[in-house]
Design a protein around this ligand. Structure first.
Ligand SMILES: Cc1cc2nc3c(=O)[nH]c(=O)nc-3n(C[C@H](O)[C@H](O)[C@H](O)COP(=O)(O)OP(=O)(O)OC[C@H]3O[C@@H](n4cnc5c(N)ncnc54)[C@H](O)[C@@H]3O)c2cc1C
Length: 223
């Protein structure tokens, strides 16, 4: 089977790209390694409304969990707040929605299809998947997220300076302010990064952090 373009990875980057290329009338294969798009979920789901508008992504209501309008920045004993409109989305639903949009535009979504290698043939590519299938494509888009395998496959270097993140979803006994997200900075809280507290419902929060170049684990700082 052949495509004009194969997109590797049905995350937000891959599905949005597949949607755009398919809308322009090209045959697009969108390959996702997991059986279900968006599962497992590794994200807090904060999207700026301005970012969504500039990417021409309409976020449907069923994907949005909360709509905070204030960001609070804290460092040690000081903090300040400023207005900033954000959608907090459920990433599984968001990714599924974007993949459905790509399919509506004409892309062929193949789930459970992990791309395990690519090689050049004439002016195109042969893409091999974990199920042993092979597909031809004129162009490839590597959108496989932090693994950036396709970068290595074409002989480029992977980025070295990755952040390591950890996040919990916590259910509280009493209701919380759903209008504020908090970002906490400090080398004793999250060295090289920051921690976040994000409301996702009346009594549920995502609490997490990302750190860089630390000898200790994110679990050490989060707990
Ligand atoms: C804890 C945490 C919190 C975050 N919070 C936010 C936030 O609040 N707001 C924000 O904007 N960003 C956030 N991010 C970053 C955000 O998750 C990423 O920037 C975003 O997911 C990148 O999208 P992507 O489409 O490039 O890659 P991904 O979302 O990683 O999607 C890549 C897809 O490719 C698939 N794939 C990988 N390898 C293969 C293969 N070989 N074959 C087929 N499929 C493959 C994967 O299964 C996946 O579905 C957070 C990240 C983490 C870790």
């Amino acid at each position: 089977m052949g495509f004009d373009v194969i997109v590797i990875g049905a995350g937000p980057a891959g599905s949005s790209t597949a949607r755009e290329i398919a809308s322009a009338g090209f045959e697009v294969g969108l390959f996702e390694e997991h059986e279900m798009v968006g599962v497992p979920q590794h994200c807090t789901g904060m999207l700026t409304i301005r970012g969504c508008q500039s990417l021409k992504i309409e976020i449907p209501d069923h994907v949005i969990q909360t709509r905070p309008e204030i960001v609070k920045i804290s460092h040690k004993n000081s903090s300040f707040e400023f207005p900033f409109k954000i959608y907090v989305v459920g990433r599984s639903r968001f990714d599924k929605y974007l993949a459905e949009e790509a399919v509506k535009a004409g892309a062929i979504l193949k789930t459970g299809s992990r791309v395990k290698g690519i090689r050049r043939r004439d002016h195109g590519w042969i893409v091999s998947t974990s199920s042993g299938e092979k597909f031809e494509s004129k162009l490839l888009v590597g959108a496989e997220g932090f693994k950036v395998l396709s970068v290595e496959w074409v002989g480029l270097k992977r980025p070295q300076d990755n952040a390591v993140c950890l996040q919990y979803e916590i259910e509280l006994r009493s209701p919380i302010d759903q209008n504020v997200i908090e970002c906490i900075f400090g080398s004793d809280v999250a060295p090289g990064g920051y921690a976040w507290i994000v409301p996702i419902s009346e009594k549920t929060l995502r609490v997490g952090l990302g750190i860089r170049r630390s000898r200790r684990s994110p679990k050490h700082y989060l707990e």
